[in-house]
Ligand binder design. Structure first.
Ligand code: UN1
Length: 515
């Protein structure tokens, strides 16, 4: 394994941050050390937000002005933001690679998602439409109006350090809201860079379209206590939080206790069913990307593979070859497919899961650490294929929990009902796939008695969802939806309006109340 250790990784980071418009004072001398998982070394020290309440109050003030700007004009800001992102795609993508450790093509892909959601949201700004409904009363009209909601809190995770902000922010802003973003404390540099890009877009908007309120998009840097202030603020009517199920268990009830809205995008334990008629070559490629891509650190990562008995040996022997040969190393190097895990904690969690798997009678291929003498604090691993023995528990506890690492559990099935029961037999419900050429099997999987997930695919993997669809999942995944389709509705409040254009005052339900 090659890791390009060099003293210049911090210099390169600073160069990128400067190019993106982040002042050095923002990332030097602060109390929060930022490391790159590529080498494990500290590349910046950033300042933690000391008064989150002030930032939130400023965002609220900003909202009060922004909500009066016509929606298509708000869309113009997001169109400009998309342009800025387009021109900084390579630089920001590179920074994502340095800070989150994903390979360059995935770093760039993440920025592409940001650009795409801006395009989507700019168009959406002219389509925030409410229904007109028939009134039961004569000379009456009933309609819905969608209004801005308030400052939207965004809590994002390290693995998609910038795209998740954009899915939420692009929609929230065209919907007339301001946004307050608490990025993962593991990836604050990409957040600073995104903020600088946003500010440039806002300045461009102001130069051609007049005033724009200050603090329309703001950052809260820090750990869980900073996030809690966002969650508990009465000025924030909606918080969209991405992260683990335990995080959601803390955030969800706090929001509910003050009747605020939540969009929770929590853990996944995504499975793919491989049927006897599957196109095995395509299936193999889909599994490789979904299970090993981003070093298994996507919430949509394929974690369980449920394979029909008749093709099990053939598929698994091919898969083992791929697992043994896949290129692991410096994510900046062309040719690398698997970068590092985010940190030591993540590596330890992976090793625990593998130990628990062995205890439950599983057979493991891969999973070992690949150490580099010059980067002792970096955690590279060979992805693990874990075959669960059907003689014991068909789906032991370790398989049912989400371990955020490249572990693919393989289970065997004989009939589709059994496969679907295994598939749905976990607490999480984000993404799912079936590989089959049999129309009945595919349609069954997509039906009410098939996959219980928010995302169900046929002949593609579980990860890499497009922004045009609503993104999110059921059960312990939290139930929220972000990104495309009509996910925007969660970022607005709906008013039902009834207008009487007659001279009488008929009451609904035929009630009479003559005075
Ligand atoms: C996440 O891992 O938090 O479907 C989001 C995908 C990406 C988003 C993943 N578009 O893999």
């Amino acid at each position: 394994m090659e890791v390009l250790t060099n003293a210049t990784i911090a210099d390169r980071t600073h160069e990128i941050l400067t190019q993106l418009g982040v002042h050095a004072s923002a990332y030097t001398g602060g109390s929060l050390p930022v490391t790159t998982p590529i080498t494990g070394e500290v590349i910046a020290r950033i300042a933690v937000t000391t008064h989150p309440a002030k930032t939130i109050a400023a965002a609220h003030k900003s909202f009060l002005k922004w909500r009066t700007v016509p929606a298509p004009k708000r869309g113009e800001l997001i169109r400009i933001l998309g342009e800025e992102l387009r021109s900084h795609r390579d630089t920001l993508g590179h920074l994502v690679t340095i800070e989150a450790g994903k390979i360059l093509s995935e770093g760039l892909g993440e920025v592409q998602e940001m650009i795409d959601i801006c395009t989507f949201a700019a168009g959406l700004s002219r389509q925030l439409a409410g229904l007109t409904l028939p009134s039961e009363r004569p000379s009456h009209r009933m309609m819905e109006t969608w209004h801005p909601l308030g400052p939207v809190g965004i809590i994002s995770a390290f693995n998609f350090p910038v795209a998740v902000w954009s899915w939420n922010a692009a929609l929230a802003l065209v919907c007339g809201n301001s946004v307050v973003w608490k990025p993962s404390e593991k990836t604050p540099l990409t957040a600073l860079a995104t903020q600088a890009i946003f500010e440039r877009a806002a300045a461009r908007f102001a130069s051609t379209h007049g005033d724009i309120p200050a603090d329309l998009s703001t950052l809260l840097i820090g750990g869980a206590s900073v996030g809690q202030q966002l969650v508990d603020s009465p000025l924030v009517p909606l918080v969209s939080a991405t992260g683990s199920t335990p995080m959601g268990r803390s955030v969800g009830p706090r929001l509910a206790s003050r009747f605020a809205r939540a969009i929770l995008e929590l853990g996944g334990n995504n499975a793919g069913i491989v049927c006897p008629t599957a196109d095995l070559d395509l299936t193999l490629r889909a599994i490789a990307f979904s299970a090993m891509g981003t070093a298994g650190q996507r919430c949509t990562t394929l974690r369980r593979l449920i394979v029909h008995d008749s093709i099990y040996d053939k598929l698994i022997s091919q898969l083992k070859k791929v697992y043994a040969s896949v290129a692991i190393g410096d994510p900046r190097e062309p040719g690398t497919l698997i970068g590092p895990l985010i940190d030591k904690r993540s590596y330890t969690a992976m090793q625990h899961a593998l130990t628990d798997s062995v205890a439950s009678g599983a057979t493991i291929t891969g999973g070992e650490r690949l150490q580099h003498p010059e980067a002792p604090e970096a955690f590279y691993v060979r992805p693990a294929l874990v075959e669960i023995s059907s003689q014991t528990d068909p789906q032991p506890e370790v398989v049912k929990r989400e371990t955020f690492a490249p572990i693919l559990y393989v289970l065997k099935y004989r009939d589709l009902d059994e496969a679907i029961a295994l598939h749905n037999g976990v607490a999480q419900g984000l993404s799912s796939s079936i590989f089959t050429m049999d129309l009945r099997e595919a349609e069954r999987f997509l039906s009410a008695t098939g996959s219980d997930c928010g995302i169900a695919n046929v002949n593609i993997g579980t990860s890499g969802a497009e922004i045009g669809g609503a993104f999110g999942g059921e059960k312990e995944t939290g139930g929220g939806r972000e990104s495309g389709s009509d996910a925007w509705k969660a970022y607005m409040r709906r008013a039902t309006n009834t207008i009487n254009y007659g001279t009488d005052l008929p009451l609904a339900q035929g009630v009479s109340f003559d005075i």
